[in-house]
Design a protein around this ligand. Structure first.
Ligand SMILES: NC(=O)c1ccc[n+]([C@@H]2O[C@H](COP(=O)([O-])OP(=O)(O)OC[C@H]3O[C@@H](n4cnc5c(N)ncnc54)[C@H](OP(=O)(O)O)[C@@H]3O)[C@@H](O)[C@H]2O)c1
Length: 304
């Protein structure tokens, strides 16, 4: 029988909130591990002291947002970005390894930043992670922290930019595009690995429920696009022009080149193993995805 309880580290965020809604809708009992108290929350200290709730699946989505533009890219902030991912993953892995009654599955959401940005390389789940830049090095540490002893099934989902109206990249870009002030970033030729929020939460559910799913999955849509493709599709869905490019040099100056590379550089990533497992995307194409979230006040999306 499938596990009916799920413990989510970082379940209060954009992806966590959407995942919690989907799981609750499917009849799961959801508990979040969070820094603040809440009706369905336990704290990280409580997790360390009391261990895992019995017979639950475990998912980690915790991490300080690195695109929080109110925070400067200082060594202290970078440390927080790193620790909030590595230490929370380690805390959950330790709790799993210590548990008498082991969960069946541990799912950790990392990022396609694991792969070195390139306009030439082609990446699937078998590609090596190079560890040459901050995000790639961080992801290597993050994924190492996820080590759990068998027979717990470990699934690592390397996600692209998660697209949905109320979080991540779209939340930041919505207003400039809505006001007709949007445009490509730099040359616009950099790849933009992406996935619609509904497909990402459905992929996590798929990994919880299918006992044959394990190892690395690229959490990206099969439609490989560039920043320019996204810009055209989003502007078209909003019926706005997108004629004002954002110069790469401006982003480097405002954000620091190391952080700006999330937008100015990209990777060609395909979800080879996700497709082999037979996962079906609701939003495989960027134009269809943009139609869903290109609304100022969208209706709540019906859960499937
Ligand atoms: N959004 C994307 O496009 C995207 C793409 C690839 C990978 N990811 C990864 O997916 C995860 C979730 O992303 P999201 O978009 O849902 O982010 P989000 O909305 O900012 O939520 C992040 C969650 O992490 C927790 N958190 C933040 N800082 C923390 C800290 N210092 N220590 C412990 N917990 C902390 C927060 O929980 P509390 O405040 O309740 O403690 C919150 O629930 C992140 O690890 C992110 O790197 C996201």
């Amino acid at each position: 029988m499938a596990t009916r309880k799920v413990l989510i580290g970082g379940g209060t965020g954009f992806i966590g909130g959407n995942l919690g809604d989907l799981l609750t809708h499917k009849g799961y009992n959801v508990t979040n591990v969070a820094r603040m108290p809440g009706a369905n929350n336990i704290s990280w200290t409580n997790l360390e002291r009391s261990g895992l709730p019995k017979s639950c699946a475990v998912v980690n989505l915790a991490g300080q947002q690195f695109m929080d533009f109110t925070k400067a890219w200082t060594p202290g902030f970078k440390q927080n970005v790193q620790n909030s991912r590595v230490f929370t993953t380690q805390a959950l892995a330790n709790a799993i390894n210590k548990a008498e009654e082991k969960p069946k599955v541990f799912i950790v959401l990392t990022g396609v930043g694991a792969y070195e940005p390139s306009e030439l390389n082609r990446y699937d789940e078998t590609s090596p992670t190079t560890g040459h830049d901050f995000f790639s090095r961080l992801t290597v540490e993050w994924e190492k922290a996820a080590h759990v002893d068998p027979p717990v099934r470990l699934v690592i989902i390397r996600s692209g930019a998660v697209l949905g109206r109320w979080g991540g990249m779209i939340k930041n870009m919505f207003m400039p595009f809505y006001l007709g002030l949007g445009g490509r970033i730099g040359t616009g030729k950099q790849y933009l690995p992406w996935i619609h929020i509904d497909d990402l939460t459905r992929l996590i559910l798929f990994a919880i429920e299918n006992e044959n799913v394990k190892g690395i999955l690229n959490g990206v849509a099969p439609d490989v696009i560039t920043n320019d493709d996204f810009t055209q599709s989003f502007a078209k869905a909003l019926r706005r022009p997108a004629l004002i490019p954002v110069p790469e040099r401006l982003l480097n100056f405002l954000l620091d080149p190391e952080r700006a590379m999330i937008m100015t550089k990209g990777q060609h990533v395909t979800p080879k193993r996700v497709l082999q497992y037979g996962f079906k995307y609701n939003y495989p194409r960027i134009d269809v995805a943009c139609q869903e979230f290109a609304h100022l006040c969208p209706k709540k999306h019906p859960l499937k």
